[in-house]
Design a protein around this ligand. Structure first.
Ligand code: UDP
Length: 250
């Protein structure tokens, strides 16, 4: 059974990482297209003003709460959600592909980063079946879609940043066959070692955003004012909607 809650009307799946992986396995067994969004406060705020993006979040098969902001918003509604870091979930999918000899695709990041990502994953999983690999800087999206149709990956990691990766994945859902597609943001930068992973203590305390902001101060523009407004809206929303916090699907 799949349990959902909502944050500012955006659906969030309440699950552990292993439950999310179970849903992925089920979709693979049924040869279904399956879009995963690792959802954060910036995306939820973007969905409030962009109806097309809101639709994408509503139509995706699995929205997992990435980061502390969404977990705080859920907690305000009395809903407990474990931390699932997007980059860790991406690593789980790579492992799953390797263990089951599934065709995997990597799309996104700069050329040197995606090449280093390839070297790293092949070092960890020498038999990984990489069906597609391309940097994320392109003008002709249709060409990329055609290439992906030909490569027909069963798992596709797309790291273009949000909302582009989510829009592309939602388009791909209509043209690919039996593919698990996930927007992984800057995960290739981390997996390749191009950007340092936040220390465990920051991860455990839910302060990864703080570490990333300290190491890349230009990110502050993305947090302020979106994050404080997000939290205020969530507090108001949780007061208005007491008792409608969770629903069971299936
Ligand atoms: N990126 C890309 N193509 C673009 C713009 C960005 O492939 O046209 C990549 C960028 O190199 C980085 C990722 O998208 O690897 C975005 O990372 P960001 O840190 O913004 O994402 P977050 O992890 O915050 O979602």
């Amino acid at each position: 059974m799949n349990v959902k809650s909502h944050v500012l009307n955006c659906p969030i799946d309440i699950c552990s990482s292993s439950e999310a992986l179970e849903l992925v396995r089920e979709a693979l067994n049924n040869n279904k297209n399956f879009q995963i969004v690792t959802i954060n406060p910036e995306m939820i705020m973007n969905a409030q003003k962009n109806p097309d993006f809101f639709k994408v979040l509503n139509n995706s098969e699995l929205n997992i709460a990435d980061g502390v902001g969404v977990r705080i918003a859920l907690k305000l509604k009395g809903v407990k959600q474990a931390q699932i870091r997007g980059v860790d979930f991406a690593r789980e999918l790579i492992k799953l592909a390797s263990e089951n000899n599934l065709k995997i695709g990597f799309l996104g990041a700069k050329e040197d980063v995606i090449q280093k990502t390839k070297d790293k994953v092949l070092k960890d999983y020498p038999n990984l079946n990489i069906a597609y690999l391309r940097n994320g800087y392109f003008d002709d999206e249709e060409k990329i879609i055609e290439e992906l149709k030909l490569a027909s990956p069963q798992i596709l990691l797309v790291g273009l940043g949000s909302p582009f990766q989510e829009f592309l994945n939602s388009k791909l859902k209509n043209v690919l066959d039996g593919c698990i597609m996930i927007g992984v943001g800057g995960s290739f930068d981390v997996i390749s070692g191009s950007v340092q992973e936040s220390p465990l203590i920051y991860q455990k305390l839910g302060l990864e955003w703080l570490y990333r902001t300290i190491s890349q101060p230009e990110r502050i523009k993305r947090i302020i004012p979106a994050l404080p407004i997000f939290l205020i809206k969530c507090i108001i929303d949780s007061m208005n909607k007491k008792g409608q916090n969770i629903e069971n699907i299936h």
